[in-house]
Design a protein around this ligand. Structure first.
Ligand code: GTP
Ligand code: MG
Length: 701
């Protein structure tokens, strides 16, 4: 049976370059100068301090973003801030207060952070011996640390650190020291503290909606006597070096990391390479049917099971969904005939252990599709060849073919198979196939897919044509290319970061009735084996790997690229959450809510304004976010700044922006870890931009 993944997001080599080289065919503003003071001062207007829109003098609030007019602004004059590149790095109402803004500004700016709160009640955490509550959290040395949370409670993981606590105690017990090892002392012996400042909000925002619900259920659980709020333990953690820059320290030590011998694969161990294969495409194009059919043909679904699916689906009047039922397990999915969550199944080709990530096509479940596709090394883009259906999928506003293709490419996937399915419905017409190839091919090229990396295959999942052997139907005699399984074997294996410290974004969490907890996902770097110590972020708990499972089979070692379930012990199950990351104990992933991104606004997307509220996606984390600053527009080809502090970014434009998330997420700069540094911005049910993290403005861990 497949493992279903509720929600979640990966990436490739050379993406950075590709991103820069991405030819989106948009016009670049040439010779754009930053406006001079003279340019910007006009009589009868006042410029909004947030989105920089020039409002009529009669307006008391900004016409674009609703911000109240600053009392310091007078007709035709600007305060100092306005002539300098706009700076707005204080993301919450609390922070505004700490900045000493005028009350009207506070009010106005607070308004734009008025996220709808869908937070789960705070969960309670157990007694964590490595964590001690502190009253005087040490501040990050970041110049952006203007959060004004000094008065909040803090928690510090410490080794040999002198720490003030609200209750007056010092973190000094042994487990604290062992847990924080490496996190508190860098390779040069400089000590580093990790502060966690409580703000009383839940960290469950890191989790998918479904998972959030799960935490809500367990939120009343209190372990131990301390009853810390989960959030106060998880969020607002700050890694600060006592001396020097903590980011440099981390970078240095990462570079110095030496993998152990067992981490590196030996060819003889396993002749098949792992391939994480996302099956994507417009709703109802036949992704699950194709996946189910492949599994059946390759013996992963027995005849008996298939017979059961056929019988049951017929009884529900859904006979045509028999193969899809192997993947669509839930009653709702079966009843609606729509995949809602990603199904993870496994099959072997001649060359690969293939992890099949059957994604939902319906637009409502794009966030789930992102979760699955983020792990992909390669993808099959399934197209419904039927008359009208291909066209519906290509529709710019309603179709998902384009959106999925763009997302997949921005995840770093550069090799795809376009499976032109349901060819039986068009009599295996070569003309239809050619038309689809021509129209979609143009679009794929515009998304930076190289022709040589795209394989086009006409097939029929229902009639079993061109899947695991060459087609038998004479109407396909015009086709001379590879069959589907053949084409899967032609994918190039992805390069893997075996020799880097462990990083596994947690895609899903499985809890057994016996209280065991497993973190599922794809290892992006490093390796683990039974007995390994792992750092579970963002809770920063250390857990021990009890066992590893791949495709329901126990395995001894998992390495970069492997998609596994890691059974952990020595940790409160509530601290293992989707959107979190398993790390090497000495190399914690960053935890942050204020990020600088390089983004590309997608073709047809609504413009992004200063103050725009968006949904932020990165690996398996999802969070509400707000555009705090649009620093510059970029030339998509050269990456050079073409305009500073623009008012908005429109479709096909690239820009550097600062984003402030409602809650912090586990994240890395793209230059450090591609998988954890890619982001997607969505609003109103559409993906509006793709991008990469270029800087963590304020790192909390
Ligand atoms: P979502 O996951 O909800 O996006 O749908 P899907 O892409 O997984 O499609 P699914 O496999 O559920 O199939 C949708 C419908 O298409 C079902 O009725 C299938 O029987 C039908 N279908 C799938 N493949 C073929 C095919 O090769 N030919 C024909 N004629 N119908 C097909
Ligand atoms: Mg499906």
């Amino acid at each position: 049976m497949p493992r279903k993944v509720n929600y979640g997001i990966d990436y490739d080599d050379g993406y950075d370059d590709d991103y820069d080289d991405y030819d989106y065919g948009y016009d670049v503003e040439e010779n754009v100068k930053e406006p001079s003071l003279q340019d910007t001062i006009k009589c009868g207007v006042w410029r909004c301090s947030v989105c920089t829109y020039d409002n009529d003098d009669t307006m008391s609030s900004c016409d674009i973003c609703g911000i109240l007019r600053s009392p310091s602004v007078r007709n035709g004059t600007y305060d100092e801030k306005r002539t300098a590149p706009f700076k707005f790095d204080v993301p919450s109402p609390d922070d505004l207060v700490s900045n000493g803004l005028h009350s009207s500004e506070q009010h106005a700016k607070a308004k734009i952070f008025d996220f709808k709160s869908s937070r789960a009640p705070s969960s309670r955490v157990g007694k964590n011996e490595a964590v001690k509550e502190l009253s005087s959290a040490k501040r990050s040395d970041s110049s952006h640390d203007s959060t004004g949370k000094d008065n909040h409670n803090g928690i510090v993981f410490s080794k040999n650190l002198e720490i003030n606590t609200s209750s007056g105690f010092k973190a000094s017990d042994k487990s604290s020291a062992s847990m924080a090892k490496g996190r508190v002392e860098d390779s040069d012996g400089r000590s580093v503290s990790i502060n966690m400042c409580s703000s009383g909000q839940s960290s469950s925002s890191l989790m998918p909606k479904e998972r959030t619900d799960m935490v809500e259920d367990g939120s009343s659980l209190t372990h131990g006597g301390e009853g810390h709020n989960l959030t106060s333990n998880l969020k607002n953690m700050t890694l600060a070096a006592k001396s020097g820059n903590s980011k440099d320290i981390k970078a240095n030590s990462r570079a110095q990391y030496k993998p152990e011998k067992w981490m590196l694969p030996e060819k003889a161990e396993d002749s098949l390479t792992q391939l994480n294969l996302a099956i994507v495409g417009h709703v109802d194009s036949g992704k699950s049917t194709l996946s189910g059919r492949l599994l059946h043909l390759l013996g992963r679904i027995s005849q008996k099971e298939m017979h059961k699916y056929e019988k049951e689906s017929k009884l529900q009047g859904k006979g045509s969904f028999a193969y899809a039922w192997a993947l669509d397990e839930s009653a709702e999915e079966r009843e609606r005939g729509v995949t809602m969550t990603v199904a993870v199944t496994y099959l072997d080709s001649k060359r690969y252990h293939v992890v099949v990530l059957d994604s939902p096509g319906h637009k409502d479940f794009v966030p789930n599709m992102i979760t699955g596709a983020t792990q992909a090394d390669a993808a099959i883009l399934v197209i419904d060849a039927s008359i009208g259906s291909f066209e519906a999928g290509m529709d710019g506003t309603k179709g998902q073919t384009r959106e999925h293709a763009q997302l997949i490419r921005s995840f770093g996937v550069d090799q795809i198979i376009v499976a032109v399915n349901k060819m039986d419905a068009v009599e295996y017409s070569k003309d239809r196939f050619d038309l689809i190839k021509s129209q979609l091919g143009t679009f794929l090229r515009s998304c930076d897919f190289k022709d040589s990396s795209v394989t086009w295959i006409p097939l029929s999942a229902v009639e079993n044509q061109n899947l695991v052997v060459a087609p038998s139907d004479v109407r396909l005699s015009w086709y001379h290319g590879p069959y589907l399984l053949d084409a899967i074997d032609s994918f190039q294996p992805s390069s893997r970061d075996f020799s880097k410290p462990l990083l596994m974004p947690i895609c899903d969490v499985i809890k057994s009735s016996q209280g065991q907890v497993s973190a599922c996902g794809k290892l992006e770097a490093g390796a683990v084996r039974s007995g390994s110590k792992v750092l579970v972020m963002p809770s920063a708990d250390i857990a021990i790997v009890r066992s590893l499972e791949r495709d329901s089979q126990t395995c001894s070692i998992a390495r970069a690229g492997d998609n596994v379930a890691i059974n952990l012990h020595g940790i409160d199950g509530n601290h293992v959450i989707a959107g979190g990351v398993l790390c090497h104990p000495d190399f914690p992933v960053a935890f942050a809510k204020h990020l600088e991104l390089k983004v590309l606004v997608l073709d047809g997307a609504t413009p992004i304004l200063m103050g725009s509220q968006l949904e932020f996606y990165a690996h398996h984390a999802k969070e509400a976010a707000r555009v705090a600053r649009i620093s510059s527009l970029l030339d998509s080809k050269t990456g050079k700044v073409t305009k500073k502090a623009p008012r908005c970014i429109v479709a096909k434009q690239s820009a550097v922006i600062e984003l402030v998330l409602q809650e912090p997420v586990c994240i890395e700069m793209f230059s450090k870890c591609k998988a954890l540094g890619r982001v997607f911005l969505r609003t109103l049910g559409r993906t509006v931009a793709v991008g990469v993290v270029t800087r963590i403005v304020e790192e909390l861990v």
